[in-house]
Design a binder for this molecule. Structure first.
Ligand code: NDP
Length: 449
């Protein structure tokens, strides 16, 4: 298997993050590959790491001063064996092909774990929506869709929202698609509630994370009731994770943004969380403004010179990293364990570095990887696709019930698979092997394509 990764490194030396993800997955699914030698003859891994197709395109747009700007658009259609490609769009200046290949690769297995009929893909652009006017964002989205429209469709590829791509962006993208094709088709999820969006889609990733955490604790007869929790971020995922933690009886002590974190020993209750939502969603404010309103809390500014993140220094029962990639390093992991953390449940995509993950797996901490824990977002996106295709809108209760069932099912697969492979309680092994096996079985069933 190291040969496969070496070959990949030789072919695309600049995509280190993708190589890393492939190497990790292969290390966790090794027992399946060893048990099923036929997979090597069929070059299953080599086929899995080569995307079905990659689209890269020019996105020219005019800024408010009349200057033409040029960005790059991407869509990586990684593996469509289980259904139409599904996975969010990300608009962020750091985005590159390597990032999207990594995200699309992870998405394949995450989607497989939901057991819904969706393949895996991701895409977006190196466009930075922050600081742009609505008109600029609209012109960018229209130009982006001018190319993407030819490659998506209800049975082909159904992108959704993601980092930097909210209802505003999906609205402009969908409008452009409709104008170009004349079709009100189920081609994008994350729509506004008045025009095909699903109830609970906005909340789904965070709620799903709360449900998953509750399932993990339930295996030991425990619950979130009374548990103290650190939540990083204050965006979509963090807000709704915190909301579900509160609903399930937990106490949220901290939240953050890219400028620093707030710590509130008395707990961020529902009213305080509503303040954070208004601050971040409506006023686009900074998290330190919380302290101006709630003087019992403290704010600590980010210090990039530190070798660890002080947010994870606070003693707490549970940690929910919901902000960004690699936000818990080995030192943070050690600090969390020293301070008695019992559960680390990943809300963001790959928020723990590989070294941090190894530290959690070597400890008594329950570690819930993002592949399993944050699958609620894509699950409700798939439910939105289903509703759009049926021209129906389910109620919030109906969607939430289905979301909860999906999260329970993901949890059950992780537990059963980890048990089957002699690694009881290891959710990383359970999630990776269960997702991988479902994809691989379908690839075998569908022949050499
Ligand atoms: P948002 O953009 O809504 O929020 C991100 C939050 O994290 C913001 O509060 C942001 O701060 C903060 N943040 C960003 N970078 C850093 C950093 N380096 N250090 C500290 N804080 C930081 O994104 P989402 O909540 O939607 O997504 C968060 C993560 O969850 C991402 O990894 C995303 O890929 C993943 N995810 C999201 C899903 C969804 O449905 N939204 C689904 C599955 C995964 P600031 O306000 O200062 O920018």
């Amino acid at each position: 298997m190291t040969d496969i990764v070496k070959e990949l490194e030789k072919k695309d030396p600049q995509e280190q993050e993708f190589h890393q993800a492939v190497a990790h997955l292969l290390s966790w699914v090794r027992p399946v590959l060893d048990n099923r030698p036929g997979l090597a003859r069929q070059a299953i891994v080599e086929r899995l790491i080569e995307p079905d197709r990659i689209l890269i395109f020019r996105v020219p747009w005019m800024d408010d001063s009349g200057q033409v700007q040029v960005n790059r658009g991407f869509r990586v259609e990684m593996n469509g064996v289980l259904g139409p490609y599904k996975g969010g769009l990300r608009f962020h200046p750091s985005a590159s092909l390597g990032t999207f290949k990594l995200l699309a690769f992870e998405q394949v297995f995450k989607n497989a774990l939901t057991t819904l009929p969706i393949g895996g893909g991701r895409g977006g652009s190196d466009f930075e929506p922050k600081g742009k006017s609505d008109d600029e964002v609209m012109r960018f989205c229209q130009s982006f869709m001018a190319e993407l429209a030819r490659h998506i469709g209800p049975d082909i590829d159904v992108p959704g929202g993601g980092m930097g791509v909210g209802v505003r962006e999906i609205g402009y993208l969908f409008g452009a698609y409709r104008k170009q094709t004349g079709k009100h088709a189920a081609v994008l999820t994350g729509r506004g509630l008045g025009w095909g969006g699903s109830a609970v889609r906005l909340q789904s990733t965070g709620y799903g994370i709360g449900y998953f955490a509750a399932e993990v604790l339930a295996t030991e007869g425990r619950s979130l009731e009374g548990m103290t929790c650190l939540v990083s971020g204050s965006g979509n995922v963090a807000q709704h994770t915190a909301e579900k933690i509160l609903e399930l009886g937990g106490k949220v002590l901290a939240m953050s943004d890219s400028t620093g974190h707030i710590f509130d020993e008395e707990g961020i209750d529902a009213a305080k969380l509503a303040f954070i939502k208004r601050l971040k969603n409506l006023k686009r404010g900074r998290i330190h403004e919380y302290v101006d309103k709630y003087s019992e809390a403290t704010f600590m500014e980010v210090n990039r010179g530190l070798d660890h993140n002080p947010l994870w220094d606070h003693p707490a029962d549970c940690a929910f990293p919901c902000a960004a990639e690699n936000e818990i390093n080995a030192k943070d992991a050690a600090n969390l364990i020293r301070n008695g953390v019992q559960l680390v449940c990943e809300g963001a995509d790959m928020p723990c570095t590989p070294e941090a993950v190894d530290i959690f797996l070597d400890s008594d901490v329950r570690y819930a990887p993002c592949t399993a824990a944050n699958g609620g977002g894509v699950a409700v996106s798939a439910l939105e696709m289903a509703q759009n295709r049926m021209l129906l809108n389910w109620t919030a209760e109906e969607v939430d019930g289905r979301l909860r069932a999906v999260m329970k099912n993901i949890h059950r697969q992780c537990v059963e698979t980890a048990d089957e492979f002699g690694q009881a309680g290891n959710y990383l092994v359970g999630a990776n092997i269960a997702g991988f096996t479902r994809v691989v079985n379908a690839m075998q069933d569908q022949g050499l394509i």
